[in-house]
Design a protein around this ligand. Structure first.
Ligand code: MSP
Length: 643
């Protein structure tokens, strides 16, 4: 019988559309769910929506709709978003579903039977933003201490849960299960909080009506956090006729939550479960916040990044990669479009995309387009084994960013191997060199097959694209380490290489974002620097950073579908000519340029123009938009410096 793994996300409030912070929890849960499936485990991955409570009741009222209409609309958005992000959840639980309400009634019945509920009067402060109760001394400048939301004074009849009676039992649980709250800093935070003593908790409301009716007392609705936390078992069938999944999968292996909702998950939830005689979750992991301008991204702060435009432009994989790579799991991190695009170009387009397309292209050029046999063993196979075991260790210790580190280190090894073996030089040699060439390409393709397998939980789309390029397909289950190397289909034909991650011109992208609601849907007012009209003075050292050289145009042609752009192959005295895109077609015919000398900015960051990568810029004077090529006064060797 294979092992079982239950992973959950918090269920999301339906008062607003999802932003990067919400997406993060679900993407990380999806990455772990996919990883555990690849370990051959039976996985249940749950997510859903938290639809009751004062916050939703008020939001719906402000919008002039019934709460359920608001919920239906936002749920529709969540479902589309999860599909667009390739989230592989096994269920989506809504707290307005009858199966959920049945589970809430059942857990309350059990808590009541344990003698832990009594009726009283709640007088104190309430924060509708957090849906949380506070006593006067907890408030900070008259606001909620956790998020600074406004609070209001309540005085209403209420049922109470004897939370105070669970202080010692909770402390015992924390002590006996040091891994139950992670990371360690959050564990310590929770233990300190509980050591300070617990007050009984109000678990019903009478001043709102949008909630699960309190069993046996229809004047009350169940407090929204008791209602919401129960989703983790209602989705498994607890309290319903068929509770097989509950019996098989509970307790959860991991509840993934943001650090702002730790108290509810690490104090209230285990106490409810203890009272109801149910098993406690194995781990509650509190991840950090995505910040924007140092503040938590949240609707109330008005500083959210929404993912729609990014997803539309680049698909789900780059965003999934960035979220997992940028944030140390557990710590806070800032979201910026610049950081996203920089990682995209450097790590996805360059390191991953280029290695794949370059290796495939060389296999076509030098090895007849069929996969040659890899080395049977050696340093590359060893480096692959290290990447494999380190990334598994990292995933098992909840450090996904370290798993990515290990995989990208291996990509560097593969790139170093290509540079060192130089297939383009081997191709000019005799039979022994040709054999070495084939072995080099086969080894790289095998390495890339392993990379695809390891990145599959993070970027399922790209992983299966790479695998199908390599004619293998992704395995359902990770192999044993001893079976890792050598799975590539020797002799299989390779399809032509296609770019996996077209490079992005960051400046152009950010400029575009300032006018079209942004790559990440950020507000149009975002501070993108205005175009600088008169460049400020620079020192000679700054000027010296620009590498200007003379080149000779060897080939020229129009970029397909463009009236202005020419694709040039310019000899700069390097190993092979450089591809440069120049906006000169309105003035120069391609055939007029072949053989001409030009001056090139040789250390410009590559950009992609109309789908063609440009690795430099040809200098021209520009009068009224008409280009005039600059050239040396007489012929010089390609690569000669200009100063
Ligand atoms: N409905 C409750 C959860 C109930 S679970 C039984 C809730 N919903 S929420 O929609 O406000 O937040 C859901 C999750 O998103 C929380 O884990 C929260 O921490 C996370 N995030 C919301 N904003 C965030 C950031 N800016 N950064 C990272 N995650 C944050 O709380």
């Amino acid at each position: 019988m294979s092992e079982r793994y239950l992973i959950t996300t918090p269920i999301y409030y339906v008062n607003d559309l999802p932003h990067i912070g919400h997406i993060y929890t679900t993407v990380m849960a999806d990455i772990f769910a996919r990883y555990h499936r690849m370990k051959g485990e039976q996985v249940v991955f749950l997510t859903g929506t938290d639809e009751h409570g004062q916050k939703i009741e008020r939001s719906a009222k402000a919008k002039g709709v019934a709460p359920i209409e608001l919920a239906n609309e936002v749920v529709r958005r969540y479902e589309t978003l999860w599909k667009d992000l390739e989230i592989s959840n096994d269920d989506f639980i809504r707290t307005t579903e009858p199966r959920h309400e049945a589970a809430v009634a059942e857990i309350i019945r059990r808590i009541q039977a344990a003698g832990d509920i009594y009726k009283g009067e709640y007088t104190g402060w309430y924060c509708a933003g957090c849906e949380a109760f506070y006593v006067e001394t907890q408030l900070v400048e008259g606001r909620c201490p956790d998020q600074g939301h406004p609070v209001e004074l309540l005085s209403e009849p209420s049922y109470f849960f004897r939370l105070s009676a669970y202080r010692d039992k909770l402390l015992d649980w924390y002590r006996d299960n040091p891994g139950c709250i992670q990371p360690k800093s959050r564990y310590n935070e929770v233990v300190r909080f509980v050591e300070g003593g617990l007050r009984d908790l109000s678990i019903s409301r009478t001043s709102i009506t949008w909630g699960v009716p309190f069993p046996g007392d229809p004047d009350h609705v169940v407090y929204v956090w008791l209602d919401a936390l129960t989703n983790y078992i209602s989705a498994l069938g607890f309290g319903s006729d068929d509770d097989t999944r509950f019996r098989e999968f509970w307790p959860a292996d991991i509840h993934l939550v943001g650090k702002d909702i730790l108290r509810f998950h690490c104090v209230y939830w285990p106490a409810f479960l203890m009272s109801a005689g149910l098993a406690l979750p194995k781990t509650i992991f509190g991840h950090g916040w995505w910040l924007r301008d140092e503040a938590k991204m949240s609707k109330s702060a008005g500083n959210v990044v929404r993912p729609d435009a990014l997803l539309k432009k680049l698909g789900p994989d780059p965003l999934r990669y960035f979220l997992a790579r940028e944030m140390t799991f557990g710590a806070d991190s800032s979201f910026s479009d610049e950081a996203f695009l920089t990682r995209y170009n450097a790590e996805l387009a360059n390191k991953l995309g280029n290695t794949v397309s370059r290796t495939i292209a060389m296999t076509h050029r030098f090895a007849g387009g069929r996969i040659p046999a890899p080395q049977a063993s050696g340093p590359i196979a060893e480096a692959a084994a290290i990447a494999f075991t380190s990334s598994i260790e990292a995933m098992d210790s909840l450090a996904p960013q370290k798993a990515l580190d290990a995989i990208w280190k291996f990509l560097e090894v593969l790139n170093g191997f290509i540079q060192e073996r130089a297939p383009w030089t081997l191709a000019k040699g005799g039979a022994p060199e040709r054999q070495l060439l084939e072995e080099t390409l086969g080894t790289c393709l095998e390495g890339l097959r392993i990379v695809a397998m390891l990145i599959a939980p993070f970027m399922p789309g790209i992983a299966s694209k790479i695998s199908s390029h390599l004619a293998t397909g992704l395995p359902d289950v990770l192999p044993e380490p001893s079976e890792l190397w050598g799975g590539v289909q020797v002799g299989a034909p390779l399809p032509p290489a296609e770019p996996l991650f077209p490079r992005i011109d960051i400046n152009a992208y950010l400029k575009e974002s300032a006018t079209d609601d942004g790559p990440a849907g950020k507000p149009a007012s975002s501070p993108v620097p205005p175009e600088d009209q008169t460049p400020k003075e620079i020192s000679i050292d700054e000027f010296a950073r620009t590498r200007l050289v003379v080149g000779t145009v060897r080939e020229a042609e129009l970029v397909p579908k463009s009236k202005k752009l020419l694709r040039l192959m310019v000899d700069l005295g390097e190993e092979s000519p450089r591809q440069i895109v120049a906006g000169m077609a309105t003035k120069y015919a391609p055939e007029d340029l072949v053989g001409r000398q030009v001056v090139v900015v040789a250390n410009l960051k590559p950009v992609t123009l109309m789908g063609v990568e440009s690795r430099g810029m040809v200098l021209a004077a520009s009068e009224d938009g008409e280009p005039f090529i600059l050239a040396p006064d007489g012929p010089v060797s390609p690569g000669t410096g200009v100063r």
